[in-house]
Design a protein around this ligand. Structure first.
Ligand code: SF4
Length: 677
């Protein structure tokens, strides 16, 4: 129902993670949130979702643009702020070339915004320097999926297929904390988890493998070795639907069980139980997430688990498969529509002449004028040639690896522009801060972890002085001589045309269909096409229709423990916080503070008691937080959540060693030492 100032209720989805739980917002002071029945969440929400409306009227909310003057941010008019951005961009490009201006996006932006941002960079700025924080999230799984299946959709099947699977191998994911309603799809008695910590999800499952950090690839190759020697390979499937198994068979032959046990610490009996449970089930799933992916070997690690799934005949079989649990709210759609360094809308390659011609025609530009691929996220954020940066929907000062170096680099730019709705750690460094609308104040679409395109519906307009990201991009584009629409529906219709014929084809998806059908799965090439809940049933998206085995072998982490740094450090998430914490740390209903988790045996050796302030140090710096003693972690490993900035910033410590394919940094393992602070 609509009032003069907006709707009295709005059926929408959560502003946070990729599960995209359905919720109803009710106007009032405060706005109230209730869970809404939807297949992924069944009406349930986690603490983050329930409290998400608190930020709409938070005292930290920005309600006017800010510009830096004499070192201090002061309020400004929109005209002054936008003019300063455009003048700064022009100055930098005149002096240093187009690519000296960079754009950094986010996996929480709607499809419309992700699309508009890519177009803004390549048409209005004509810069090749654009990437986004999804590079830090699921890029290794995307790269592995593309090389095995010819397409990357996080889950190429609905979540309900997981609920019905006879066995699920879940690698490096803790949905009990990151997306609790997802557990309704993970029956514990059929769940096998892989994690160096005994997480809430591991406790929920029937079998937990607790490998040494950085050994997942060897673990996967060891599991495949056992599948072969135990006679569990689906030879008919391998022959009919795949290529390349012989070389993989040769590679994993060297990963005999005792060797795997010695390297990973996982008992042979558990390795055997895992492959037998997966092979014995009528339907089975192999799922990966950040724990497997955020490594300098992330693409190969995921590939090793894909190889295991292929050998067992799972991908493309109804009720079975391989999938990646995407993390950010629009981690899926955000990587499909052009804010990624190497891609154009529709998941097209930027270096493909046919793709360039198609998208250039939609944009009304010459294909030769489109820039080529640019640097990946970490390389972009630290590039010496970058002199100006425009950030949308991201807080890299907290979320990037070796964050102190990134912070220094951003502080030294000629121009830093940040669009956000609070003064995040990155915005606090900016020369210009543009206040953006929140999710309840705009329309748009998101694509959840299943590839299901859903509607985000506006409850009310933004507060006076605040604009939507699309309005900001349109205003900047107009000033730069490349006018575009700021209306979500018009942007989406253009996105549909730009994506038509691509891997992520949205041509047949309309706002009306999404509302009427409760979401539409891509690819959906025409309005009379039903969408594609399950991919690869007949053929994979490779030229010959077959999935590709790729032989990969274990390489250790970029850093191993040594005399100076004798421990492994791993990082991750906790129940009450989301990503860099810029939003959730401000919500009173989401308590929590940074901590360092370590085993009591290790703490005893170091004279550390529960609650003591401890300093964790790596070759990149130190971070300090209270100790939390727990037997859930291995005695050779410490864990820090990465949601906090300042002295407790875990990413001060992390290693920016990059995966050679996905350019994913190695967030999940580095060498560290711990001492009383
Ligand atoms: Fe929001 Fe994710 Fe929590 Fe659902 S699980 S309420 S989408 S944060």
């Amino acid at each position: 129902m609509e009032s003069l100032s907006g709707m009295t209720t709005a059926d929408t989805h959560c502003p946070y993670c990729a599960l995209q739980c359905a919720m109803r917002l009710s106007a009032g002071d405060p706005v109230t949130v209730s869970g809404r029945d939807f297949v992924v969440n069944g009406g349930g929400l986690c603490q983050k979702g329930w409290t998400s409306a608190e930020l709409l009227a938070h005292p930290d909310r920005l309600t006017a643009p800010l510009v830096r003057q004499a070192g201090v941010l002061r309020r400004a008019t929109w005209d002054e702020a936008l003019d300063r951005v455009v003048a700064g961009v022009r100055d930098v490009q005149r002096a240093h070339g187009r690519d000296a201006v960079a754009v950094f996006g986010g996996g929480g932006l709607t499809n419309e915004k992700a699309y508009a941002l890519g177009r803004f960079a390549r048409v209005a700025l004509r810069t090749a320097t654009i990437d986004y924080n999804g590079r830090f999230c699921m890029s290794s799984a995307a790269a592995a999926g593309n090389r095995a299946f010819g397409a990357d959709r996080g889950l190429p099947f609905p979540v309900t297929d997981i609920r019905d699977a006879g066995a699920v191998l879940l690698v490096g994911a803790n949905p009990a904390e990151t997306m609790p309603p997802f557990l309704r799809h993970l029956p514990g008695e059929r769940l096998i988890t892989v994690d160096p910590r005994v997480t809430a999800t591991a406790r929920h499952g029937a079998l937990h493998l607790q490998p040494t950090p950085g050994t997942d690839l060897a673990l996967a190759n060891g599991l495949l070795h056992l599948a072969i020697t135990e006679g569990l390979v689906d030879e008919a499937y391998v022959a009919a639907r795949t290529t390349g198994f012989d070389e993989v068979r040769r590679t994993v032959a060297q990963w005999w069980p005792a060797r795997v046990e010695r390297l990973t610490g996982v008992p042979i009996a558990d390795l055997l139980a895992t492959v037998h449970r997966l092979a014995a089930a009528d339907t089975a799933m192999v799922l990966t997430a950040r724990g497997a992916e955020q490594h300098a070997t992330g693409t190969d690690t995921v590939t090793a688990f894909v190889n295991l799934a292929l050998a067992l005949g799972l991908p493309g079989r109804p009720g079975s498969g391989y999938g990646c649990l995407t993390g950010q709210g629009n981690g899926q759609g955000g990587r499909e529509h052009g804010q990624k360094a190497d891609q154009l809308p529709g998941y097209r390659r930027l270096d493909d002449p046919a793709a360039r011609a198609h998208v250039a025609a939609v944009w009304g530009v010459d294909p030769d004028d489109l820039p080529g691929p640019g640097p990946s996220a970490y390389e972009l954020l630290t590039a010496e040639k970058m002199r100006a940066l425009l950030v949308f929907g991201s807080n890299p000062v907290v979320s990037a690896p070796r964050a102190a170096g990134v912070e220094r680099r951003l502080a030294g730019l000629d121009l830093l522009v940040v669009t956000d709705f609070v003064l995040s750690e990155t915005a606090a460094l900016a020369d210009v801060v543009l206040p953006a609308a929140q999710w309840a104040e705009e329309d748009g679409t998101m694509t959840n972890l299943e590839g299901r395109v859903i509607r985000r519906t506006r409850l009310r307009p933004p507060p006076p002085g605040v604009r939507t990201d699309l309005e900001i991009l349109a205003a900047l584009s107009g000033r730069l001589g490349a006018p575009v629409s700021a209306r979500p529906r018009e942007v989406f219709d253009e996105l549909r045309r730009a994506s038509a014929g691509g891997t992520a084809d949205y041509a047949g998806i309309t706002y009306e269909r999404i509302t009427a059908e409760g979401g539409v799965f891509w690819p959906c090439p025409a309005e009379d096409h039903p969408g594609t809940p399950r991919m690869f049933l007949e053929r994979f998206a490779t030229p010959d229709g077959r999935a590709r085995f790729v032989a990969v072998d274990h390489r250790g982490p970029a850093e191993q423990p040594c005399a100076d740094y004798p421990l492994y450090l791993t990082t991750g998430r906790v129940l009450t916080q989301y990503q860099s914490g810029a939003q959730t740390r401000r919500i009173a209903g989401l308590p929590g503070r940074a901590f360092v988790e370590l085993h009591p045996d290790l703490a005893g050796r170091l004279g550390i008691a529960d609650g003591d302030d401890v300093a964790v140090s790596t070759r990149r710096g130190s971070a300090t937080a209270p100790a939390r003693l727990s037997t859930a972690i291995r005695p050779d490993t410490v864990f820090m959540p990465f949601h906090w900035g300042g002295a407790a910033r875990a990413n001060t410590l992390t290693n920016p060693a990059l995966d050679p394919v996905s350019r994913m940094p190695e967030f999940k393992v580095c060498a560290a030492r711990v001492a009383l602070a």
